[in-house]
Design a protein around this ligand. Structure first.
Ligand code: GLC
Length: 741
C-alpha cells in the first residue's frame, strides 16, 4: 500500500470544506512564535506533559510535593482531574511562578454533564435530535467552565458495532452518517462558534481511531480492518469534528493494522495533520504512549517517547515519558527539534485562543461557579433530552400510556428506585446534583394512582430473596412497571461483556411477574444494546431508557403517562443472540442473500437463528401512527455533480401529536466494490398534530451517492441507486430508483 493514493483520496475527502486553519487568528501565530523563541527545550517539553491532579490537589504526600514543584518550574503544561474554581485557581497560581508564566490547561472527562447529568451519549443519540444534543453539550460546557475547566475529553465519536464492547455507551452508535452529524452537534455545543467564551470549553474528538472495532469486542484489543473500511465507516465522524473546529483530538489505546494509534504517523500526520490540515493538538490517551512498550512496538519508554512524538502525538497524558526522555531524544537527534516545536505551537495556540494569557484565572471564579451550578434551567434541559432519548420498542394493545389516576401501579425491580444507576458511567465525582428515580417520577406525576413498590432484588439481582414480596405486590396491582437492566458500572471503559443479557436473575423475576397475568411494562436501563428475548416476546410494552441521567425518573414517567409521546429511534442494532455479533443494518448483500427465511439452504444464513436482529437500527414506536405517501423525485437521471430533490408526504394518522424521525437510505446497486444493502444518508425529525400532513424533502447530492472505492478515492460511480424512505432500517415505506450517468 503506497501512501500517495491514500493522501490524494483524503485530500479529495477534505476538498474545500471550511478548514479550521482559516478560523485561526493570524495574530495568535505571531504571539505563539514570539513565546516559542524564548523557551528552552525543557520548557517546551514541559508544555507536552499532562499531569493528573489527584495527588496534587490531595492530602500532603511526597508525590504531591514533587508534583507541585514540577508545576512551579514549568514542567507541566496541562492537568486533568482538577476541578472547581478554587483548586484550578491554586494550581494556576503555582504555574504562574514559572519563568515564562505559561498558564495551565485544565481538562476533565465531562462526557454527559458536569453537575447536571444528561443521558449517556448512546441514549442521547437515540433522540436523533441534533439541537437537543447540542444543548446538552452546551449545558455541560457552561457548568464545567464555571468550575474552572477549559477542556473536556469529549465527544467520543467512535463508531461502535459490537455491543460486547462496553464503550458503545459513550458514542453515537453504529452509523457513520448519524455519528458524523452528532459529532458536529456535540463539538458546537461544547465550543460554541469560537473558542474563548468563558461559558464554553475546548472539546476533544476521540479515540482516534477505530477503537470501537476492537476484535471480539474486548476493550483495548487490536483492530484490524481494510483501509477502505477505515475511511468509509470510522473516519468520517472524526472528519466532521475536525471540520466543526474541534480543538483537540485524542488518540486511542488500540493498535490499528499492527501499529498502535498513539504511534501511528498514518493517522496523526498523514491523515489528520496532513490531508485534513488539522490545526489543533493531539493528546494521548491515558499513558497510551508508555503502553507502546507492552504493545511490543517500543523497546522501552524512551523509544516510546520518540515514536509517539515523531508520529504526531503532541501531549503525553499521565505517561510521564515525554518529560523523562524527550530532551535526551532531541539531543541525540532521534526527535527533530521541529517536531517538538510543532507540538508546542499547537498547544500554546489553544491557550492563547482560550484567553489564558490575558487572564489565566478567567474561568476560575468561585462566585460564578456557585451561580451557574444552581441554574434550574439545566435540569429542565436534562429532562427534555432524556425524554427524547427514550425508545418505545413495543406497545401491545396500547397498554401505554398509563392513566394517572384510578389505577394500581406496582413499580417493581432493582433499578426502580436507584439513583446511581440512572446516571450511568463516566460521571464527574462529588459534584453531581440529585437524581430523580423512576419510582419518584411515577409517584410525583400520578398522585391519583395507588403506587406500590418492591425492589425484588438489589441492582444486579444476584439473588431472589425479594421476589415473593414483588409477586405479591404485582398480584394486587392493575399494571406492573418493571425496572431492570445493567447497573451503571456494567458499561463504559474496561466493561466488555461476553453475555449482554439481563444481569443476575432479572429474567426470572420478569417471568414470575408475568405469571401473575397482569400487564407488564418493562423499562430497561443499560449503556448498550442488551439481549432480552423473554421480555421482548412476553412483555406488553418495552421502553428502552439507556441511563437517562439526573432527570431520568421524570423523563420516563413523562413517557409512561403520555405527557411526552416517545420519539426515540435505536442508534444501534439489537441482536437476537451473541452469535450474530458483529451485526449491522449496513451489511452487504453477499452472493447468496436470504430472500425467504424459509429457504436458507446454501444461503448466507445460520441454521439456528434468523439473520434479522431483535430490533433494527432506526426502530422506535410512537403512541400514534405515521403514514408515508406521495414519493417524488424531481430528476430520475443525474449527471455527475448534479443534485436531485426527493420528497414525500408524512401524515400523523393517529389521535395524539407525535414526532417521527423519517429516515433516508440509499443503495448503490452496482459498483466497483460491493456496497451495503442500505446506508443512512439523511433523516428528518418532524412533529405533527393529529391528522396533520407535511411534505418532507431530502436533497440527493453527489456526496449522498459517493463512497471510498478500492483505491480510497471518494466519488459517485455511474449506475442505478435505490432511494428509500422509512420509519426504520427494516421499515421502508417508499422507494424509487435514480440513475447517475
Ligand atoms: C481513559 C479513556 C479516555 C479518557 C482518559 C482520561 O482511559 O480512554 O476516554 O478521556 O482516560 O480520563
Amino acid at each position: 500500500m503506497t501512501l500517495k493514493p491514500m493522501v490524494v483520496s483524503v485530500a479529495l475527502l477534505c476538498a474545500l470544506p471550511a478548514l479550521a486553519r482559516d478560523q485561526i487568528d493570524k495574530s495568535v501565530d505571531v504571539k505563539v512564535d514570539a513565546l516559542l523563541a524564548k523557551m528552552t527545550l525543557q520548557e517546551k517539553i514541559g508544555q507536552l506533559h499532562q499531569l493528573s491532579g489527584r495527588e496534587a490537589t490531595g492530602p500532603e504526600s511526597a508525590k504531591r510535593a514533587s508534583q507541585l514543584a514540577e508545576i512551579e518550574t514549568g514542567n507541566v503544561g496541562s492537568m486533568l482531574n482538577v476541578k472547581g474554581a478554587q483548586d484550578t485557581r491554586a494550581m494556576q497560581a503555582l504555574a504562574l511562578k514559572s519563568r515564562l508564566k505559561i498558564p495551565l490547561l485544565f481538562g476533565l472527562d465531562v462526557i454527559h454533564g458536569y453537575k447536571t447529568v444528561f443521558p449517556v451519549p448512546l441514549g442521547e443519540a437515540a433522540s436523533w435530535d441534533l439541537e437537543a444534543i447540542e444543548r446538552s453539550a452546551q449545558v455541560a460546557a457552561r457548568e464545567a467552565s464555571a468550575a474552572g475547566l477549559h477542556w473536556t475529553f469529549a465527544p467520543m465519536v467512535d463508531i461502535g458495532r459490537d455491543p460486547r464492547w462496553g464503550r458503545v455507551m459513550e458514542g453515537a452508535g453504529e452509523d457513520t452518517y448519524l455519528g458524523a452529524q452528532i459529532a458536529r452537534a456535540r463539538v458546537k455545543g461544547f465550543q460554541g462558534a469560537r473558542l474563548g467564551s468563558t461559558d464554553r470549553i475546548m472539546a476533544t474528538a476521540k479515540h482516534f481511531a477505530a477503537y470501537g472495532a476492537a476484535i471480539a469486542g474486548r476493550d483495548y484489543n487490536a483492530v484490524d480492518m481494510s483501509l477502505q473500511q477505515l475511511y468509509e465507516v470510522y473516519l468520517p465522524p472524526f472528519k466532521a469534528a475536525a471540520d466543526a473546529g474541534v480543538a483537540t483530538f485524542m488518540n486511542s489505546f488500540n493498535s490499528l493494522n499492527g501499529v498502535p494509534a498513539t504511534g501511528s504517523a498514518l493517522l496523526q500526520r498523514d491523515i489528520l495533520k496532513g490531508a485534513w490540515k488539522y490545526p489543533g493538538f493531539v493528546v494521548s490517551d491515558w499513558a497510551s504512549i508508555k503502553e507502546m512498550v507492552p504493545h511490543g512496538y517500543a523497546a522501552d519508554e524512551a523509544d516510546a517517547a520518540v515514536k509517539a512524538l515523531n508520529a504526531g502525538s503532541d501531549m503525553d497524558m499521565e505517561g510521564e515519558v515525554y518529560i523523562a526522555h524527550l530532551a535526551q531524544a532531541v539531543k541525540a537527534g532521534k526527535v527533530p527539534q521541529k517536531n517538538v516545536d510543532d507540538a508546542v505551537r499547537r498547544i500554546l495556540r489553544k491557550k492563547f485562543e482560550m484567553g489564558l494569557f490575558d487572564d489565566p484565572y478567567r474561568f476560575s471564579d468561585p462566585k460564578r461557579e456557585q451561580v451557574v451550578l444552581a441554574d434550574p434551567q439545566h435540569r429542565a434541559a436534562a429532562r427534555d433530552v432524556a425524554r427524547k432519548s427514550l425508545v418505545l420498542l413495543k406497545n401491545e394493545r396500547n397498554v401505554l400510556p398509563l392513566a394517572k389516576s384510578g389505577r394500581r401501579i406496582a413499580v417493581i425491580g432493582p433499578l426502580a428506585d436507584s439513583k446511581r444507576d440512572l446516571e450511568g458511567g463516566w460521571v464527574v465525582s462529588d459534584v453531581r446534583g440529585d437524581v430523580v428515580t423512576l419510582l419518584q417520577g411515577i409517584r410525583g406525576q400520578a398522585p391519583g394512582a395507588q403506587v406500590s413498590y418492591a425492589a425484588a432484588c438489589a441492582p444486579g439481582c444476584a439473588n431472589a430473596d425479594g421476589f415473593a414480596a414483588a409477586v405479591d405486590a404485582a398480584a394486587k396491582a392493575d399494571v406492573i412497571v418493571l425496572a431492570v437492566g445493567e447497573t451503571w458500572d456494567m458499561s463504559g471503559e474496561a466493561k466488555s461483556r461476553t453475555d449482554i443479557g439481563l444481569p443476575g436473575r432479572q429474567t426470572e423475576l420478569f417471568q414470575r411477574l408475568k405469571a401473575t397475568g397482569k400487564p407488564v411494562v418493562a423499562v430497561l436501563f443499560a449503556g448498550r444494546p442488551m439481549i432480552f428475548n423473554e421480555i421482548a416476546d412476553q412483555a406488553d410494552a418495552i421502553l428502552y431508557a439507556w441511563f437517562p441521567g439526573s432527570e431520568g425518573g421524570n423523563a420516563v414517567a413523562d413517557v409512561l403517562f403520555g405527557d411526552y409521546n416517545p420519539s426515540g429511534k435505536l442508534p444501534a442494532t439489537f441482536p437476537r443472540n451473541l452469535g450474530q455479533i458483529p451485526i449491522t443494518y449496513a451489511q452487504t448483500m453477499t452472493g447468496r442473500p436470504v430472500v425467504d427465511e424459509k429457504n436458507i439452504v446454501y444461503r448466507s444464513a445460520y441454521i439456528d437463528s434468523p439473520n434479522t436482529p431483535r430490533y433494527a437500527f432506526g426502530h422506535g414506536k410512537s403512541y400514534t401512527e405515521f403514514g408515508y405517501s406521495g414519493l417524488r423525485l424531481d430528476k430520475a437521471t443525474l449527471r455527475q455533480g448534479e443534485s436531485a430533490t426527493l420528497s414525500f408526504e408524512l401524515e400523523n394518522k393517529g389521535k395524539v401529536a407525535g414526532t417521527e424521525i423519517a429516515q433516508l437510505y440509499v443503495r448503490d446497486m452496482v459498483a466497483s466494490i460491493v456496497r451495503p444493502v442500505k446506508e443512512l444518508k439523511g433523516f428528518a425529525k418532524v412533529q405533527l398534530q393529529p391528522g396533520e400532513r407535511r411534505r418532507v424533502t431530502f436533497t440527493i447530492d453527489p456526496d449522498t451517492l459517493s463512497f471510498f472505492n478500492g483505491q480510497l478515492k471518494w466519488g459517485a460511480e455511474p449506475g442505478a441507486f435505490k432511494l428509500m424512505v422509512g420509519s426504520a432500517s427494516d421499515d421502508i415505506r417508499l422507494d424509487t430508483t435514480l440513475q447517475l450517468q
